[in-house]
Design a binder for this molecule. Structure first.
Ligand code: MRU
Length: 358
C-alpha cells in the first residue's frame, strides 16, 4: 500500500500519528486539509510530503470553481502558497508544487477540465516516479554496504517517509533483496519518536534484524566498534552538500568521523536545493513544546517549563562520505557531483514528459 494516494477525488494517506498502535487511512477534500495533514504530521518524510503537495495541487484544481484558464491558474498559485507554508524545511514540498504549477502554466489549452486532468496525471506520475527513484537509490546505496554490516539509522526513512520503499531504509530493503545479512541499530529519534514508532515497525514487518536504541546510546555503540555505517535521509541538501535532516543527525555524523565510520546520506535529487549555497541558508523548522514535554499523554517535565524544539539540524558536508541519489552516489566535491545528478534527473523528467505527450 502507498503512504499517500488519490482515490474518490480525495487525497488519502496513512495517518502516521497513530502508528504503530492503529492503522488508519485519513482523507482530505480541501487544500487547507491537505496542508494541515502536513503540518500536523499525518504524513511526514520529505518525499512523502512532496507527493502530498502534488496531490494537494491536483485537488486544488478539482475543487476550484474557476471557469477560465486565468482564474484556475490564480487558484493554483494561491494553493501553492498554502501548501508550501505547511512545513518549511523539506524542499521536496515546494519542488513538487512548483512542478505541478509549471505543468498547468505550460499546458496550452483554454479548457479548464483538460487542465484539471493534466494536474491529476502529473501528480500520479510524480508519485509513480518517487517509487521508481527510491528503488534505484536503494540499489545504488546497497553497493557500498558490506554483507554482515551493522547500520546505524536515524529517524524514519522507509516506505512511510516516501510514496513507497524509502530512502535510507530503501538501501536496507535493497540489501535484503540481494540476500545480504544486515543488522540495523534504530535510533528512537526523540522527540517525535519516528525511529521507535515507524522505523522499528517497518523493519519488524520486513523481518530485518534490528535493535531499538535510545538516541543517547549511539555514541557508545560507535566507540565500541558495533557500527559499520551510519545512514540517514535528508530534508534539504544545499549546493555544497550540507545536509539538513532530523534533529540529532549532526551529532551522529561528528561521532562517526571521530570513530572512522563512513556516513551516507540517501536522498532523491528533489531534496537537493541548488539555490542555497550552504546549510546556513536552510530554514530550520521549530515545533511546539508539547512534543518535548509529553510522552503520549504523560507530562514528563514540570508544567510551564520553557522549551526549545528545533526539528532539524545541519550536518556540514565534510562529515559526509557520500550522498546516494537515484542518479548514483555523489562524492566530494559535492558542488559538482550534486549539480550533475540534479541535471541528469531533470533531463529524465523532461524526456518522460515528451514521451507521454507522443
Ligand atoms: O519531521 P519528519 O518526520 O518529517 O522528518 C523526516 C526526516 O527527517 C527524514 O529523515 C527525512 O525526511 C528524510 S527520509 C525520507
Amino acid at each position: 500500500m502507498r503512504t499517500v494516494f488519490w482515490e474518490d477525488n480525495r487525497v488519502k494517506m496513512i495517518d502516521q500519528r497513530l502508528l504503530p498502535a492503529e492503522f488508519v487511512i485519513a482523507e482530505f477534500n480541501s487544500v487547507d486539509g491537505v496542508a494541515r495533514s502536513i503540518t500536523e504530521m499525518y504524513v511526514r518524510g520529505a518525499p512523502a510530503i512532496g507527493a502530498t503537495g502534488a496531490y494537494g495541487m491536483a485537488l486544488a484544481a478539482q475543487v476550484s470553481t474557476a471557469s477560465s484558464r486565468d482564474d484556475l491558474l490564480a487558484d493554483l498559485r494561491a494553493a501553492k502558497d498554502v501548501l508550501d507554508a505547511a512545513r518549511p524545511t523539506a524542499v521536496n514540498l515546494s519542488w513538487a508544487t512548483r512542478r505541478l504549477l509549471e505543468v498547468a502554466e505550460q499546458t496550452v489549452t483554454d479548457n479548464v477540465d483538460d487542465l484539471r486532468s493534466a494536474l491529476l496525471a502529473e501528480a500520479e506520475t510524480l508519485a509513480d516516479e518517487d517509487v521508481a527513484i527510491n528503488r534505484r537509490m536503494g540499489f545504488n546505496g546497497a553497493a557500498v554496504i558490506p554483507d554482515g554490516a551493522n547500520l546505524l539509522h536515524h529517524c524514519n526513512t522507509g516506505a512511510l517517509a516516501t510514496v513507497d520503499f524509502g530512502t535510507a531504509l530503501g538501501v536496507v530493503f535493497a540489501c535484503q533483496e540481494q540476500g545480504k545479512s544486515i543488522h540495523v541499530w534504530v535510533d528512537e529519534t526523540r522527540p517525535r519518536l519516528q525511529g521507535a514508532r515507524l522505523t522499528a515497525w517497518e523493519l519488524m514487518n520486513a523481518e530485518i534484524p534490528m535493535h531499538l536504541i535510545a538516541d543517547n546510546a549511539a555514541g557508545h555503540l560507535m566507540r565500541a566498534g558495533k557500527v559499520d555505517v551510519v545512514i540517514f535521509g535528508a530534508d534539504r541538501i544545499a549546493a555544497n552538500g550540507d545536509v539538513a535532516n532530523k534533529i540529532g543527525t549532526y551529532k551522529l555524523a561528528v561521532v562517526a568521523r571521530e570513530n572512522g565510520i563512513p556516513v551516507y546520506c540517501v536522498a532523491p535529487t528533489s531534496t537537493v536545493d541548488l539555490n542555497l549555497p550552504d546549510g546556513d541558508h536552510i530554514p530550520i523548522e521549530e515545533r511546539g513544546d508539547d512534543e518535548v514535554i509529553h510522552l503520549g499523554d504523560t507530562l514528563i517535565a514540570p508544567a510551564g517549563v520553557p522549551v526549545y524544539n528545533p526539528a532539524f539540524d545541519v550536518t556540514p558536508h565534510r562529515y559526509i562520505t557520500g550522498i546516494v541519489t537515484e542518479e548514483g552516489i555523489c562524492y566530494p566535491p559535492f558542488t559538482q557531483s550534486l549539480k550533475n545528478a540534479v541535471n541528469a534527473a531533470q533531463e529524465k523528467i523532461v524526456e518522460n514528459r515528451l514521451k507521454r505527450k507522443k
